[in-house]
Design a protein around this ligand. Sequence first.
Ligand code: C2O
Ligand code: CU
Ligand code: CU
Length: 485
Amino acid sequence: EREGGERVFDLNLRHGVSHFFEGIETPTIGINQPYLGPTLEMHAGDTVRMNVTSDLSETATVHWHGFHLPARADGGPHQPIEPGGSWTARFDVRQRAAMFWYHSHAHRRSGPQVYQGLAGMIYVRDSASEALDLPNDYGIDDIPLVVQDRAFARDGSLVYSTRMHNIMMGMMGDTMLVNGVVEPVFEAKSDRLRLRLVNSSNARFYRFGFDDGRSFHQIGTDGGLLTAPLPTDNVVLAPGERAQVIVDVSDGRPVSLLADGLEIMGMGNMGRGMRGSGSMGDSDRPTDNWMMGDRGGRGGMMGEEERRDGMMGGMMDERRRFTVLDIQPAASRRRAIAMPRQLATLPQVDPGNAVRTRRFVLDMGMGMRMMRGGGFTINGKSMDTQRVDETVRVNTTEIWQVENASMMAHPFHIHDVQFRILDRNGRAPDATEQGLKDTVVVYPGEAVRLLLRFEDYTDPDLPYMYHCHILEHEDAGMMGQFTVT
Ligand code: C2O
Ligand code: CU
Ligand code: CU
């Protein structure tokens, strides 16, 4: 809906009842519907106005993940929407074409609120990307896939546990919801599909690939298109990360997109093993570098008592294979269509412009410290909404060096910026990480250097967040605040 040059979205947060399983009712949270929210479509250069109202029974927020915008419009913990209340965010869309998303960022309640459904997708389009010969018809050949693992109790209700194990590992489930649906099937009407994946799970990392091991092209990262299509047979996404891929289904054979849940506990040089090794077709083991338990994949509902719990057992959480999407190809077959050779021109990565380097050390204190709730820290500090941790100057470029001192991989997310990855322990990022990013996985023992530029918006009083996107870690305090002045 357009009003006076603005694109207006009316979003109502509400409790609802979903039917994930036949004949079973699941209480959920949604936006304008029982679970998740509508996909918001906008164009680069638009001014958008988000009118958010809440009929929830608890304080919530709506954060526009990935967007460069004024801090007051960010939708973080400083923009709470009380039960029965409302909030309006207005901002200019200063992005490249990309898929972003929106979700709850309520103080210490992001985990349970997103888990119950408070999330949705955002498509930003621009004329440069629309001129490319790529599938671009929403829902026809351009398909968003919101990937979320969930645990259900026998009565069909969602299980969200705040036991120590689930806080430490993050809340995981044995059932895959894709766009709020269990085991979706897609009937393709074209020979090429563009899939836009967002890992909207609270905590689980996945490697995506096809059951027949076919290769495909990754064309985009968190913040937009890569410079050129990247042939691959798998894509790894941590919570918060997105990818756009093009898959050719012109051979007329049914094919399934799979997701292997990856272990995120690790010791030693684990991180390297996760990317780029092993295809889905020839192996059902994600990678042997990771500590992993031996439970076979088992979908459907199980009782709480069947769930494994406990500290040490939990450190070897089960590995699982999920089906994300069964694709039925179109009846008519044509030859494969060539990919565009170039997709976008990205700014040069020039660390020479950086005026300073900041260090961020992620840690999870174990034992007593964690029991008392002070264990999840960045630079030794747990999140405090009253404390601004960093102040950056507008119109400057900085290097942020993110170090992981814990035994678990953490997806580090920064608000307001799309950044570039300079290196991991001194090594250049692989091709899938050379695009625009707002979330980056930092493996145990790694130091990842990011290049960020702060522009346009200043606010001495209202901070932006940086945090681990495992939502239970975020809620437990692995988050900090920065202002741009
Ligand atoms: Cu996707 Cu600070 O969040
Ligand atoms: Cu964000
Ligand atoms: Cu974390």
